[in-house]
Ligand binder design. Structure first.
Ligand code: ADE
Ligand code: ZN
Length: 324
């Protein structure tokens, strides 16, 4: 089996219908019995027009992760699932503030996810997401506090992220908090250049991000492309997600291979495999069949992912040995 590394995978977005059934059963939560109906609720519809619409699909998976048991088992099941598909290392991200609907604190949520991590054999780490939004400043501060408290170099919480509706809440509005994240020495990535343009990527770079979630729209401003290249910024690209959210107007011009050819440090990831109905293996096939990604380029993508992983040099060495 081919081996893969996923640096950009949202826990809630990685819940497949099968995992949803397991989580619902253990918590006595009712789900539609009909498979097609469940699939319809969990996966993005053909007519999805934007990231903002896409993000509405997360209500159901999130409702299954509002208890420590649900969240712990979700981490374990998602990790086991991707391991069975050839993933050898993953950074699983989630927003603790989205798991407090039934009384868990954000810290309970972090602890539950850490327990799930200990129960899987997949080599994986956690990234905590701050959320774009209005009126959730305190929640973001709490997530930041927890990242400081739980940060490790490997085997737990290794970084922060900024997720949510980029078109509604611009990246520039998060400069202050990420400046403090940087000062605290916490590694971080930020979603940018997905539902907003290159100015959003610029704002993320000004905040000190070294990895960018997506960054697909960089091509709209050659200066931003140059900045990404010159600074050695890593792009966490997720093509099926970008197609479904209409991140770019013409998918036949998807720039992943072009960015690679320009020497940008691109990685290939799933984003929300459950909602999208994809796997990382399928994303590779998509790029191979649709865009002529070569075996050599596949190796570069994997090498970039290892170099960019938020983990120790020892783990990276181990991963390098595993993929040859
Ligand atoms: N949360 C889950 N998927 C996301 C995406 N593609 N962009 C921003 N936030 C997300
Ligand atoms: Zn994402």
């Amino acid at each position: 089996m081919d081996k893969y590394i996923d640096l950009h995978l949202h826990l809630d977005g990685a819940v497949t219908p099968d995992i949803a059934r397991k989580l619902a059963k253990m918590q006595n939560i009712a789900l539609p019995e009909d498979e097609e109906e469940l699939k319809k609720l969990l996966t993005v519809q053909e007519d999805c027009q934007s990231l903002t619409e896409f993000l509405k699909c997360f209500d159901l998976p999130l409702s299954l992760m509002q208890t420590a048991e649900g969240l712990r088992e979700a981490v374990r099941l998602v990790a086991d699932n991707i391991r069975s598909q050839g993933v050898i290392y993953a950074e699983i991200r989630f927003a603790p503030q989205l798991h407090t609907q039934k009384g868990m604190t954000q810290e309970d949520a972090v602890n539950a996810a850490l327990e799930g991590l200990r129960k899987t054999e997949l080599k994986a780490n956690l990234i905590l997401c701050l959320m774009r939004g209005e009126g959730n400043e305190e929640q973001n501060e709490e997530t930041f506090r927890l990242a400081k408290k739980y940060l490790v170099e490997d085997g737990g919480v290794v970084a922060l992220d900024l997720a949510g509706a980029e078109a509604l809440f611009p990246t520039a509005g998060y400069k202050d908090i990420f400046k403090r994240v940087k000062e605290a020495g916490i590694p971080f990535t930020m979603h940018a250049g997905e539902a907003a343009g290159p100015e959003s990527i610029k704002a993320a770079l000004e905040s000190g991000a070294t990895r960018i979630g997506h960054g697909v729209r960089a091509y709209e401003d050659p200066e931003v492309v140059k900045l990404i290249k010159d600074k050695g910024i890593v792009l966490e690209m997720c093509p099926t997600s970008n197609r479904q959210t209409h991140a770019i107007p013409d998918m036949s011009k998807y720039p992943l291979v072009e960015y690679l050819n320009q020497g940008i440090k691109v990685t290939l990831n799933t984003d929300d495999m459950g909602i999208e109905g994809t796997t990382l293996a399928e994303e590779y096939r998509y790029m191979e069949k649709g865009f002529g990604l070569t075996i050599e380029q596949k190796k570069i993508l994997l090498g970039n992912a290892i170099d960019a992983a938020f983990t120790t040099q020892e783990v990276k060495e181990q991963l390098r040995k595993t993929i040859v």
